[in-house]
Structures are given as structure tokens and as C-alpha cells.
Design a protein around this ligand. Structure first.
Ligand code: 4AD
Length: 457
């Protein structure tokens, strides 16, 4: 028919198009541009075609009219959602009463189809059937991440990481990159992933803490952003087998100063994210009404938490009242945190439920100088403590926990050459995001989640 015979050429009497990304479109209003992207949505109504183009930096409504529309109506018959296309034209502010992302639209004068994705049965929109089994959607994670919600979380993730690094810089800390392949455990043998390292036993790291401690005398305050690995046996909504661990370690400070620094780190990070022009609107989209928590965070010693649980009839998984020395299980912790409904620093855990390296309270040797930061809807997002800095005390701790000290010689020796009080923490990035973006599970807060029995795609 007639449309098939239309020849569309790039107009000659207009300025050359500047190649831009959608994030920059506001500053290019009234200029002629070319934007490459994926067809996020398309509709054809009464001789006008609208395409919402997506390039990963944003969404841009584009409008086709006149001859371009006539030609496109023919060309786009077999152009499915997610096709790649280059659109040429001028970005115009929208008139009063109309709305689109950025409050403007690209008036297309020329286009090139780069790749036509399928229509019909095979169309992208038919691949993500909402009624499918949850495991099906996990298998399709490579497609799911193109969606508005999933990609918003990933973008917030990138900005949060940046905010954390900026905060660490502000707090005068130096970034290091510890190894992932190690021969020491940090958080207990039960969750170690082991592998054969040239004939020797080695593990995927559970935490970079020991390496951060070793870096203190070289660099002072240090931090890292590193993957940690845990062979968690149970499927919960907040446990991954691989997670991004944001860890820090500081020398020459006491437990009070340590807690203040941790609070400062969390709050400065939140302030930065809420000031970030990219992250802030995404957080309002994902978690409408989100407000930064008020300071200071509640300080709740473990012993008082046990009292709280009993007074509020929050029971152990076995249906019993809590007693001193019990681990506070995930469900109970969440219930308490949701009731209190503000960030909590849960402090001073008993020695027997915490890791071998934790420093004890000077006049209460059953208690440790330890802290978990709990957030409503998620529970624990940070774990940390002051560390044993006395050599003999550390050797006794290895013994108590049945740990062979020989692979730890380099960690132990820190207590020989200039030891000092020091402390650090580890924050689970996916849990922090689950809290800030109000996601049901940490699995939504990483690119391709790894958890019990899932190592694909
Ligand atoms: O409380 P954890 O086990 O503490 C440590 O690993 C310390 N060595 C960190 C340190 O002091 N440098 O883990 C710290 C945080 C938890 O609060 C949680 O946010 C996250 O790491 N985390 C996990 N996140 C997702 N999936 C898992 N399986 C996680 N295990 C811990």
C-alpha cells in the first residue's frame, strides 16, 4: 500500500542531531537530538504514534505525526516491545494539562529501527506472566530487571553505594579491596562455602573484617565494599548466599564513640541519598512518604530487649518465653522492631551467642561490646562490635570456640605490634535497600540474587 512506498530521509534543512542520553533531555529542550533506546511502550491512536523510549537513564515520550507517522505505522507492524530504535527530532516542553516523564516530549522527524523484537506470541510482554510461579520469574530475572520497579531499585542501589562511599570519604576513611578467597572463618563454620584451592582447603569470604583489622596500622580508618558469601541453610526473605557487604573498621575509639560513628554513617548516607536528584524521586516512587529517621537512634541493651519480648508476649520459635542467653530469632526481632517502629541499636549481646572476636564489657564479662542495627520491616541491617585487642584474650577465644589459631597468625599478630582498642561493623547493602525502598525481600535488591539452591541466571 501507499505507506510502504513512502521514503523517509533525515531532513536536510535542520540542525545536525546531537546524540544524548535521556537523563540529559531537559537541558536539550528545543534542540535537535538523537536518542537511542528500547521501546518501553507504544500506542497508535488516530494518526499519532506515541513511543515511550527507555535508555536506562530515564524514559522519554516521543510523538510521531504526519508523514513520519504514516511511514512508521507501516514499519512498526512487526516492531514489538523492547525493540531498539534511534529517534531523531526536537524535544518540546509539554503544553499545560498534558503529562509525560520530564514534562516534555520528543517530536520525531526521523528514526532508524536498530533491532525489531518479536510481536505476538513471543512478544516481551507475554514473557512475564504475573500468574507464573515465583521461580519462573526468578529464571526470567534478565527480563524482569527491565521493568520500572526492578530497574528503579537497581538505580537506587547504585546511588546508595555512591552515597556510602562519599560518607566514608567525609569521615576520613580509606577504601581497600580485601580478597574473596580466604582460609579463615569469621562468622562460624556452619555457613562456610569451601572449595579446592590448588589442593588446599579455602573458603569464599563471610566477611572482610579480619582483613580490615589488619589494614588499620597501614591506613587508619578503612572500609570496603565487597561480596560476602554464606551457605545459609534456610530460605528467608532477608538471607542471600552472596550479598554486598559494606564494612568499616576504626582504631583508637571506645564503644560510645563507635556507636556515634555508626549512627553518623547511616544518617549521613540517608541524607545524601535524599538530596540526590536521581535517587530521591525513585525512593518516593518505591516507598511513598519515606522520611529519614530521627536521631539519636534508640539504644536498647540485649537484657532490656529480652524483658521487652517477655512483657509483649513475643515468644521464641519453640513458643516459649525468652531467657538471657537466647538468640533472638528473626520473627521475634522483626515483631519487636515493627512495634517500636524506629531504628534500634540493640547492644551488649551475651558472649555465647556472638562471634569469637568480640570484646567483652570490662566489668560484665558475660556481655560483649556489640551492636545490631534493626530497622522496621527488615530487622537487622548492620552487625558490629568492638574487637578483642589483647593477645591472650584472643588466644583464649580461639580455644573456647574450637578454632585452630594457625591460619589466623596474621590476624593474631596485630595484637603483638602496637595493639589498640578498635571496632567495626558490616552493613548488608541489600537489607539497607529493602528498608529504604520498602521491598518485601532482599532478593529484589540485587542484580541476580543467589540464595539457597539458586545460582542462576
Ligand atoms: O552480623 P554479621 O554476620 O557480621 C559480620 O559479618 C561482621 N564480621 C561484620 C563486621 O563487623 N565487619 O553480618 C553483618 C551484616 C548483617 O547485619 C546483614 O545486614 C548482612 O551483613 N548479612 C546478610 N545479608 C544478606 N544475606 C545474608 N545471608 C547475610 N548475612 C549477613
Amino acid at each position: 500500500d501507499a505507506a510502504s512506498k513512502i521514503v523517509l530521509e533525515e531532513p536536510k534543512d535542520v540542525p545536525e542531531a546531537k546524540k544524548i542520553i535521556i537523563e540529559d533531555s531537559t537541558q536539550y529542550r528545543e534542540k535537535r537530538v538523537v536518542v537511542n533506546g528500547w521501546v518501553h511502550r507504544m500506542r497508535n491512536q488516530k494518526g499519532i504514534i506515541f513511543i515511550v523510549l527507555r535508555d536506562g537513564t530515564g524514559y522519554l515520550q516521543s510523538v510521531f505525526t504526519g508523514k513520519v507517522c504514516e511511514k512508521a505505522s507501516y514499519d512498526f507492524i512487526n516492531l514489538g516491545p523492547e525493540s531498539t530504535i534511534a529517534l531523531y527530532g526536537v524535544i518540546k516542553e509539554l503544553p499545560e494539562g498534558k503529562s509525560a516523564p520530564g514534562n516534555h516530549e520528543l517530536v520525531v522527524d526521523y528514526y532508524k529501527v536498530l533491532h525489531a523484537a518479536p510481536t505476538g506470541e513471543e512478544a516481551f510482554t507475554n514473557r512475564l506472566n504475573a500468574e507464573a510461579e515465583p521461580s519462573y520469574l526468578l529464571d526470567q530475572r534478565h527480563l524482569v530487571i527491565r521493568g520500572e520497579t526492578a530497574s528503579a531499585v537497581l538505580k537506587v542501589r547504585a546511588r546508595v553505594l555512591r552515597a556510602m562511599r562519599d560518607t566514608f570519604e567525609d569521615l576520613r576513611m580509606t577504601e581497600v579491596t580485601p580478597p574473596c578467597m580466604v582460609q579463615t572463618q569469621v562468622e562460624g563454620g556452619a555457613t562456610l562455602f569451601g572449595f579446592n584451592y590448588y589442593g588446599q582447603n579455602a573458603y569464599l569470604t563471610q566477611s572482610s573484617q579480619l582483613y580490615l583489622e589488619a589494614a588499620l596500622p597501614a591506613l587508619g580508618n578503612v572500609y570496603c565494599v565487597q561480596e560476602s558469601f554464606r551457605a545459609e541453610k534456610s530460605l528467608t526473605r532477608r538471607h542471600l548466599s552472596e550479598f554486598t557487604h559494606v564494612e568499616a573498621e576504626m582504631p583508637f575509639l571506645n564503644f560510645q564513640e563507635y556507636l556515634e560513628l555508626l549512627e553518623e554513617f547511616i544518617c549521613q548516607t540517608i541524607d545524601r541519598v535524599l538530596d540526590d536528584p536521581v535517587a530521591a524521586p525513585l525512593i518516593q516512587q518505591l516507598n511513598p512518604g519515606f522520611e529519614k529517621p530521627s536521631r539519636p537512634f534508640m539504644r536498647l541493651p540485649y537484657e532490656d530487649a529480652i524483658k521487652y519480648l517477655n512483657e509483649h508476649n513475643i515468644l521464641t520459635p519453640e513458643g516459649e518465653h525468652h531467657k538471657f542467653g537466647d538468640d533472638i530469632a528473626e520473627a521475634a526481632e522483626r515483631k519487636m522492631t515493627d512495634q517500636i517502629n524506629r531504628p534500634i541499636f540493640l547492644t551488649h549481646f551475651p558472649v555465647e551467642i556472638k562471634s569469637f572476636y568480640m570484646k567483652r564489657v570490662d566489668d560484665h564479662p558475660r556481655l560483649t561490646e556489640s551492636v545490631d542495627c534493626l530497622m522496621p520491616n527488615v530487622g537487622e541491617i548492620v552487625g558490629g562490635s568492638m574487637r578483642i585487642f589483647d593477645m591472650e584474650e584472643l588466644l583464649a577465644a580461639y580455644k573456647r570456640e574450637g578454632i585452630d589459631p594457625s591460619p589466623y597468625y596474621w590476624f593474631t599478630e596485630q595484637r603483638k605490634y602496637g595493639t589498640t582498642e578498635h571496632g567495626g561493623f558490616g552493613l548488608g547493602l541489600e537489607r539497607f535497600l529493602a528498608w529504604m525502598c520498602n521491598r518485601y525481600t532482599v532478593r529484589e535488591c540485587c542484580l541476580f540474587p543467589r540464595f539457597t539452591e539458586r545460582c542462576k541466571p
